[in-house]
Design a protein around this ligand. Structure first.
Ligand SMILES: *Cc1c(COP(=O)(O)O)cnc(C)c1O
Length: 445
């Protein structure tokens, strides 16, 4: 490859002397220049006839990109409340304040203040979980996937776990029950069929090597029709400890049909695990709750130390649990959103948006949003959306995502729809400005 090809590119030093880059922090300009020039050299190797566009402008754009934090606040206009790609549950004011309080200073994360001795990391949340679920003991790990791995590793390594064929599910990403089981060193013993499994199927499979019976909440799908699934109580009486992965779970009744954690424990499950950032409305976490001896075995397993949560998560989780225990559920943004009548909010949003430049039109329409996060599958959230039509909706959706702040909307056939359910209080005005900017950028093209 001849250096001739690269002649149209400046050296890094030459580029850095350009006045357009002179005002940038040196380290940033250097990183951006190297990144752009490396990319362009590669492109020239592939296509020697490539006409290189303005190199300096590209370096400035790259520097701007590098200087922008990657993880940013975005406006969720999808109407999906627990949107995993958008960080699941937005936290309550109380949880935000609690996190902020411990984040900038020291805390008694592992110090018992009265004695001055080492204290337990979970002392703040254990009592709250006991009060809310009636569990004997509980621990918290990084997320519910980690909770399942820890439970299986601590209680069933090298032994059998009996699971219904209807519950060998994939939750998302690479979280598949049979694979998690294999990774934990437990042996999967499948019973029943995809649509029908009875307590007698479990009973027949129980043997000397059975460590656990396990039920997995089929979070993100629903089997309907000719189906049968034994209750918690039926399985709890069979002998081996029953573990239930509740997925989302709900601490209090009234949020759709999700199993209520305390009821499952009362019905006889020895151990349950569930997520902190699904219907609970807190930070990402996995909670393991149930019988003392089983929780203790999980805590004593070496993996627990690897999966434990940090002080920020604990602060946010404790504050969230206090809100639930206090009964002020409307303080949780997720609960507020799930119960919201979106009609008035959609009307207000449409009025604020007003008339848009041609060819765009704005209308109010009925639609369906979702809880998300694998909770309440098949249970849509009837809603009213603001629908924008007339132009290139995919291009508009992209511009909205690339705006500041980014806005994530839903595209439905020929319409871009904005569901007010997940647009938080105070975000409407910003959303309207972002929309105007995205539309004017589109016109300018
Ligand atoms: C969501 C879910 C998980 C994973 O929980 P994370 O907190 O996302 O790790 C595991 N099991 C079930 C049944 C779920 O619904």
């Amino acid at each position: 490859m001849s250096p001739e090809r690269f002649r149209q590119l400046p050296s890094v030093d030459q580029a850095l002397r350009d006045p357009a880059l002179a005002g940038l922090p040196r380290g940033l300009a250097l990183r951006a220049a190297r990144a752009v020039l490396t990319k362009l050299r590669r492109a020239l190797v592939e296509d020697p006839d490539l006409i290189v566009p303005d190199v300096i402008a590209q370096i400035v754009a790259e520097a701007r990109r590098q200087a922008t934090p990657h993880l940013r606040r975005v406006i969720n206009a999808t109407g999906i409340v627990l949107h995993t790609n958008l960080g699941r549950a937005p936290l309550s004011t109380a949880a935000q304040a609690a996190i902020n309080e411990v984040a900038g200073g020291y805390s008694n994360a592992e110090l018992d203040l009265p004695s001055g001795k080492r204290g337990g990391r979970l002392d703040g949340v254990r009592g709250l979980l006991q009060a809310l679920t009636g569990c004997q003991d509980a621990i918290v790990v990084n997320n519910n996937a980690a909770a399942v791995v820890l439970v299986l590793s601590a209680l069933a390594q090298g032994r059998e776990v009996i699971v219904s064929r209807g519950e060998l599910v994939e939750i998302g990403g690479s979280f598949r029950v049979p694979e998690i089981m294999a990774a934990s060193g437990a042996r999967l013993r499948e019973v029943g069929t995809t649509n029908r499994t009875r307590a007698a199927d479990y009973a027949r499979a129980i043997g000397g090597d059975t460590a656990l019976l396990m039920r997995v909440h089929p979070s993100n799908f629903k089997i309907i029709g000719f189906t049968e699934r034994p209750t918690t109580a039926e399985l709890a009486g069979l002998g081996p400890p029953l573990v239930e992965d509740l997925g989302s779970g709900a601490l209090i009744p009234g949020l759709g049909d999700e199993p209520v954690v305390g009821e499952v424990l009362r019905d006889g499950a020895a151990l349950v695990c569930f997520s902190g950032d699904k219907l609970l409305g807190g930070p990402q976490a996995g909670i393991i709750a149930g019988q003392k001896g089983l929780v203790a075995a999980c805590r004593a397993h070496p993996l627990y130390r690897a999966l434990r949560v940090d002080k920020l998560t604990l602060a946010g989780l404790e504050a969230t649990l206090r809100v639930v225990l206090g009964g002020n559920l409307e303080e949780l943004p997720t609960v507020r959103m799930l119960k919201m009548d979106t009609g008035p909010a959609a009307k207000a949003l449409a009025a604020r948006i007003g008339a848009l430049p041609a060819p765009w039109t704005v209308s109010l329409e009925p639609d369906v949003g979702f809880t998300g996060g694998g909770a309440l599958p098949g249970e849509g959230l009837p809603t009213t959306v603001v629908a924008l039509r007339g132009g290139d909706v995919e291009a508009l959706a992209t511009r909205l995502r690339l705006g500041a702040p980014p806005v994530v909307a839903r595209v439905r056939r020929d319409a871009l729809v904005l569901d007010p359910r997940t647009v938080l209080p105070g975000e409407d005005e910003t959303l309207c400005v972002a929309l105007r900017l995205a539309l004017s950028a589109e016109m300018g093209q």
